[in-house]
Write a protein that binds this ligand. Structure first.
Ligand SMILES: Nc1ncnc2c1ncn2[C@@H]1O[C@H](COP(=O)(O)OP(=O)(O)O)[C@@H](O)[C@H]1O
Ligand SMILES: N[C@@H](CCC(=O)OP(=O)(O)O)C(=O)O
Length: 373
């Protein structure tokens, strides 16, 4: 099997489009290019592939709209430019998606939204709800409210974290180069393209340099992003967004760009990633039936199988699941805090709304967030 088949089989894909490419190196939004990418995304959407777009360009477009030739150095001016530019960015995408009868949604995230477990789970549920509604989420960093100390800065990292958040099968990073070269091709004309590599190969960092005038991260953040995405099992393709029909051809498995592969199977990688959460905040004592379905059927943990709730935890915290005999069975990210878990313990999921006044998820721990120990 060719490794490119990973892209052919992908059902959920995060596409990241960088500033350098999107603004044609600072000449304002490249509308013909946006038209073409949206057309390709629409074709993939028709095939039933779930797509999430992470797009840069707010600051660059804000600079154009405000007539600034230099990227502002003062934080408040950058924030203002981002606020102006984000309007143009989403308008450009929305007007194109609508031509294909596809709804798009804007999501602006900050570092806190992904590092705080509760907000992480909330963002995840909201984006998954959009995907179920066949809407294409368009994500950018919320540049207007973040300060330098707490920002992702480059959208490669944001793209990878979104791929982790949604357990995407693939991350496609479109940029202004054909992929990762052995050295920055802007200053090394003899550099050659790496076509395929393991995402965590330490040699990659030596090859990758920083970015151009408009892009924030350069190739080094793309290499790091591929490593991050691999943790939840996603393969990353870095390719030139200027080649015709790039997204459709990538998903057909054509060989171009640089493909970064996770070492493990996606499933094992995701479980390893979950198992890496060392700190548990509480314990759920589960009955024998729940022990059996967790172990044998790889099921989610439903409130009905829980006998006892111990510890203080919040929605999104890691908790352990133990049998009534005290044997450690599994660990997972819990969907309800300990107070609400206590209220729904032993109950069928259809009673959650009645008992809590809301329903976050029918499971206490979803099987995707559960790892057997
Ligand atoms: N080894 C490398 N291979 C390819 N590009 C590299 C490498 N090292 C540095 N770069 C630079 O990274 C740039 C792309 O990153 P960046 O400017 O941040 O774009 P984007 O806005 O698409 O994220 C390229 O234009 C290139 O000059
Ligand atoms: N959030 C910023 C993106 C930062 C940026 O340019 O990132 P990248 O395209 O990864 O180099 C913006 O929209 O301008």
């Amino acid at each position: 099997m060719s490794q490119r088949d990973r892209l052919v089989r992908a059902k959920r894909v995060v596409v990241k489009i960088g500033s350098a490419l999107l603004t044609n190196d600072g000449k304002g939004l490249d509308l013909p290019a946006i038209t073409a990418w949206v057309e390709q995304m629409a074709a993939l959407h028709q095939q039933g592939i779930e797509l999430v777009l992470v797009s840069s360009g707010s600051v660059a477009e804000g600079m154009t709209r405000l007539g600034l030739t230099e990227r502002p150095s003062a934080l408040h001016q950058l924030q203002a430019a981002a606020a102006v530019g984000q309007m143009g960015l989403v308008q450009a995408y929305e007007s194109q998606f609508i031509r294909h009868g596809i709804r798009a949604a804007q999501i602006l995230l900050t570092h806190d939204d992904l590092s705080n477990r509760k907000r992480y789970l909330n963002a995840r549920s909201a984006i998954k709800a959009l995907l179920e509604l066949k809407v294409i989420p368009i994500i950018n960093e919320n540049d207007t409210v973040v300060t330098d100390e707490i920002r992702f800065g480059d959208n490669d990292t944001l793209g990878a974290l979104v791929a982790n958040l949604l357990e995407a099968d693939a991350l496609i990073i479109l940029t202004d180069q054909e992929g990762l070269f052995t050295a920055d091709p802007r200053s090394n004309p003899d550099a050659t393209l790496i076509t395929e590599t393991l995402a965590d190969d330490p040699k990659l960092a030596e090859m990758a340099g920083d970015g151009g005038r408009l892009g924030r991260g350069g190739m080094i953040t793309k290499v790091r992003a591929a490593g991050l995405a691999a943790r939840s099992g996603a393969a990353t393709l870095v390719a030139s967004g200027r080649q015709p029909n790039v997204l459709v051809r990538a998903i057909k498995g054509e060989s171009f760009g640089t493909l970064f592969l996770p070492e493990d199977t996606p499933w094992a990688a995701r479980k390893r990633w979950l198992a890496g959460h060392l700190q548990t905040r509480g314990t759920l004592v589960i009955d024998a039936g729940a022990v059996r379905v967790l172990r044998e059927k790889n099921s989610s943990l439903l409130p009905v199988g829980v006998k006892q709730v111990n510890g203080r935890f919040r929605r999104g915290d890691m908790v352990q699941c133990v049998s009534e005999q005290g044997e450690l069975i599994a660990k997972g990210l819990v969907n309800y805090d300990q107070e609400d878990s206590l209220k729904i313990l032993g109950q069928p999921s259809h009673r959650i709304t009645e008992l809590l006044g809301y329903v976050a998820e029918p499971e206490l721990i979803n099987r995707d967030n559960l790892v057997l120990v």
